[in-house]
Design a protein. Structure first.
Length: 88
């Protein structure tokens, strides 16, 4: 599956979470962040603090800097496998 990175952190969280086959509830549990907070991040009504963004990036196995809008050599697409083995 190919994900197009957006300038919107919440959209990136949502798209990568879905590609990883996780629900908001699962992401919340694995990251230790309240589910309602995850929902607010994804809909754009709240911006994640660095600490929480690092937790989300860790769970999603993504570089934290991608969520902050830094794309190595202007990479606009990333390939992700929908696989939960890394959580086991």
């Amino acid at each position: 599956m190919t994900i197009i990175l957006s300038d919107d952190v919440g959209i990136n969280i949502k798209n990568i979470r879905k590609c990883r086959c996780l629900t908001q509830r699962e992401l919340a549990k694995l990251s230790g962040i309240n589910e309602a907070t995850i929902q607010k991040y994804e809909c754009g009504t709240r911006k994640p603090k660095d600490e929480n963004l690092r937790k989300i990036a860790c769970v999603l196995q993504m570089d934290y800097m991608i969520f902050r809008g830094y794309k190595a050599e202007k990479i606009s697409k990333i390939e992700l496998e929908c696989d939960l083995d890394y959580l086991l």
